[in-house]
Design a protein around this ligand. Structure first.
Ligand code: DC
Length: 225
């Protein structure tokens, strides 16, 4: 049986950084499920779906079974393929983020991607991060973590990331954007973001990356005892 570590939490809590580090230390594969939703969002964006349209969810449901989304690994890095095209460099834009936030609430989109995620976790030892991993995708995961941080701290981290990349940004706008995304992720009908009953909550607001990774590795060791 493969070993599965599930890490859920809101945007900007540090899930992917931590999950990557834990996966590297354990020699497991890191599965970034957000990237799969983003690849689907890129497809929908390219198809001209307007997120503002009243019937956007119906339009999305009608075409979301058309693209082929798959992943492969190169030197430990996850490559997301949209109809065979490596889209890693195209899925972190604001437009794709906005589309992913809307389209990930569509049940048919989730059904397709959850199936792919479950298949991966059944075949390999994984650290998988997302919003519904401990609750829906891998309810039987060996370790479940709900990783969070205050809105202020998450906004500050994103702000710093943007500055480091030389991008102009405004802290208050970032904070409002994070709060809006939290609300959407937590209140949607299908698979809302919430802490699984048996998940361990870690608040990373005042912790370093290493401290959080250590805490998760400790949980993993305890599990295997
Ligand atoms: O973690 P991220 O920002 O890359 O996720 C992109 C979008 O996909 C975000 O709006 C949340 C959504 N998502 C989801 O609904 N379920 C997941 N398991 C992962 C991401």
């Amino acid at each position: 049986m493969s070993i599965n570590i599930a890490i859920d939490g809101p945007a900007g809590a540090g899930k992917s950084t931590i999950a990557k580090l834990v996966a590297k230390k354990k020699g497991y594969i890191y599965v970034d499920t957000g990237a799969m939703y983003r690849a689907m969002a890129l497809y929908l964006y390219r198809q001209g779906i307007d997120v503002q349209a009243e019937d956007a969810a119906e339009q999305i449901a009608r075409i979301c079974n058309r693209p082929q989304i798959s992943i492969r690994y190169e030197n430990g890095e996850q490559i997301v393929l949209l109809d065979g095209e490596n889209v890693n460099g195209l899925i972190r834009t604001e437009e794709v983020s906005r589309m992913a936030s809307i389209s990930s609430a569509v049940p048919l989109v989730r059904a397709r991607l959850v199936q792919l995620q479950q298949q991966l976790a059944a075949e390999t030892d994984v650290v998988m991060d997302g919003r519904d991993i401990g609750t829906v995708v891998l309810p039987g995961a060996d370790v479940k973590v709900y990783l969070t941080a205050s809105v202020e701290e998450r906004a500050r981290r994103r702000y710093q990331e943007n500055l480091d990349k030389g991008l102009a940004c405004n802290l208050e706008e970032i904070k409002a954007d994070i709060a809006e995304r939290d609300h959407r992720d937590m209140t949607r009908e299908t698979s809302p973001l919430k802490q699984a009953e048996d998940a361990v909550m870690i608040d990373s607001s005042d912790m370093t990356i290493e401290q959080v990774a250590e805490a998760i590795l400790k949980l993993t060791e305890e599990m295997s005892r």
